[in-house]
Design a protein. Structure first.
Length: 273
């Protein structure tokens, strides 16, 4: 019996990368999943984003673990769409116990003419989208009255300015990830009376399609100083999505029942330099 047996987890950005990994890891611990992803391209993002086929693969992998999953294509910038996704998930699986606000974009290295658009898009997805995710799902958690756990995905860039280049996408990414920490502290105080815990995770570079793509590699080659500034202390260039998932599986379990208001780096020592 897993440590999340019978829990329902609402996860955004679940079609691939960290989101899919989180869905699988929590399902391994017994959770059922409400999975959301836009599964469409955002114009300012220079790398291919997830597709409906990616979301279908997440469904297949969760169901292979004999867990239930409700998957919905929805944009985290659209609060009404998230409300509908949560309602559909609750109708099939029951109230939400866990919220993972994971969806995010990294529009670095795109056309400089779109700098202003990239800034707005990354703020809207990576910050407003996080707020929308919590606001859409937390009423179910409060109404259930049995507490709960929320993890917001920030970044090492949410605790550091290292690697900033002044571009719209890069500056917006750092600003949004810092803002996520502010949301976490606010939500921690708001939701404590309901025994709902709120924390952030702060990954270093993760081996996912958001980082490992031609656009990002071209961006780093054009800005070699940034690559050096973003190096880890431990001798690994990147970590794996499951490393973040393992940390989250602990944070949302009863093993971390008194852990709230914490910004947890999973960063191979990046922030210790």
């Amino acid at each position: 019996m897993g440590k999340l047996e019978g829990k329902v987890a609402f996860i955004t950005g679940a079609a691939r990368g960290q989101g899919r990994s989180h869905a699988i890891r929590l399902a391994q611990e017994g959770a059922n999943i409400i999975a959301v992803d836009i599964c469409e391209q955002i114009d300012s993002v220079p790398y291919p984003m997830a597709t409906p086929a990616d979301l279908d693969e997440t469904v297949a992998q969760v169901e292979a673990l004999d867990r239930r999953i409700v998957a919905v294509q929805a944009d985290v910038r659209d609060r009404a769409a998230l409300d509908a996704a949560v309602a559909k998930g609750i109708a099939e699986l029951g109230p939400v116990d866990i919220i993972l606000a994971n969806a995010g974009i990294a529009p670095m290295g795109g056309d400089k003419a779109d700098d202003a658009r990239a800034f707005r898009d990354v703020i809207e997805v990576n910050l407003v989208g996080v707020a929308n995710t919590v606001q859409a799902a937390v009423p179910s958690m409060i109404e259930k009255g049995e507490g709960g756990a929320i993890v917001l995905t920030s970044s090492t860039q949410g605790l550091s300015g290292a690697g900033g280049d002044g571009s719209g996408g890069g500056s917006g990414y750092a600003a949004a990830k810092h803002g996520v920490v502010g949301l976490m502290h606010t939500y921690t105080n708001w939701l404590a009376k309901y025994s709902i815990r709120v924390n952030t995770v702060h990954p270093t570079g993760v081996n996912t399609p958001m980082v490992v793509n031609d656009a990002m590699q071209a961006f780093l080659q054009a800005n070699p100083g940034m690559g050096a500034a973003m190096a880890n202390l431990l001798p690994v260039p990147m970590i794996e999505a499951v490393d973040i998932s393992n940390a989250i599986a602990w944070l949302v379990s009863d093993e971390a029942r008194y852990v709230t208001g914490v910004a947890l780096p999973v960063d191979a020592g990046f922030l210790a330099r």
